[in-house]
Ligand binder design. Structure first.
Ligand code: ZN
Ligand code: ZN
Length: 293
């Protein structure tokens, strides 16, 4: 596990290898992550929204709805199908829970698109329906679907970053409606910024306010600080809604893909939080409506 000082990080490949050494049981999962990461280099995912549409989205931006709400994202169905099949084949050859059932999973372009759309919307019911039809473990398909949506959402995040409302008062992502993967206490002035693990979005929020339920009572808000980690890593908790979010001190904005690494590297913080009865919402913070075409 890395304990580098904030701002000084080993490169992602070295960190990924480190995680694999620490957690050999995650190897198959890390391979899937590698498939999604390599896909980021594919130019085919880069323009789900045209420049003109970005202009329209920016002009219509409000502090009420995430930027992707009611948008149509352009993707190539064949490319989506290929990615889903590649992820399924990787999962089937590894040791991912429920992966045995991925053998022979070869969705049509329509089903692959529907799966991707369900992942972007964070619609567990639709993913479950698709899993049942294909006789796949719903949990495994959910994890895989979210990885399949990663390149598309990363592109959306790149196109829309810098266009989010200056002040976004919600705990969920102003671009894609997901709850943050972690909070950054950034820079010397320690502003509190939430980061989205899907689109890489970032938004600043106030201190002493629960990101899930808005609780502001001092006594209800707490933190779990693991002693051996000093103050760099922490878990923010809320006694009212029993929500938690991991929090990391950093000098600079963490690059989008490294958010996933940081999340994996700090999984023991999740275990501590879960053990004490805290949790994270399973569904999106906002019911995103979205179409893929
Ligand atoms: Zn997002
Ligand atoms: Zn709360």
């Amino acid at each position: 596990m890395h304990r580098t000082t904030p701002g000084l990080r080993a490169d992602p490949a070295a960190r990924l290898a480190d995680v694999e050494r620490q957690r050999p049981e995650w190897r198959a999962w890390l391979e899937l992550l590698g498939v999604a990461e390599r896909e980021l280099d594919d130019a085919g995912w880069r323009t789900p929204i045209s420049d003109a549409e970005v202009g329209g989205i920016v002009a219509g931006a409000s502090t009420e709805v995430p930027l992707l709400h009611r948008r149509t994202l352009g993707v190539d169905a064949g490319r989506v199908q290929q990615l889903v099949r590649r992820l399924a084949a990787t999962a089937a050859s590894g040791n991912v829970t429920g992966a045995v059932s991925f053998r022979g999973y070869r969705p049509s372009p329509d089903d692959a698109l529907r799966l991707l759309a369900a992942a972007v919307r964070q619609d567990p019911a639709d993913i479950r329906t698709l899993a049942e039809a294909a006789e796949i473990d719903p949990g495994a398909l959910t994890s895989m679907a979210h990885l399949a949506a990663f390149p598309l959402l990363q592109s959306c995040g790149r196109l829309l970053e810098g266009h989010t409302p200056r002040s976004w008062p919600h705990g969920y992502c102003p671009i894609c409606a997901a709850w943050p993967i972690l909070a950054e206490r950034r820079g010397l002035d320690r502003t509190r910024r939430l980061r989205c693990g899907r689109c890489g979005g970032e938004w600043q929020v106030q201190w002493l306010c629960c990101i899930y339920c808005g609780e502001r009572e001092h006594e209800q808000l707490g933190s779990l600080v693991p002693e051996e980690r000093g103050e760099r890593l922490n878990v923010e908790t809320c006694a009212s809604c029993h929500g938690y979010v991991k929090s990391v001190a950093t000098l600079q904005k963490i690059p989008a893909f490294e958010l996933l690494l940081q999340d994996l590297e700090t999984v023991e913080l999740d275990l501590v939080a879960l053990d004490r009865g805290y949790g994270r919402p399973e569904e999106a913070g906002f019911p995103l409506e979205i179409q893929l075409a």
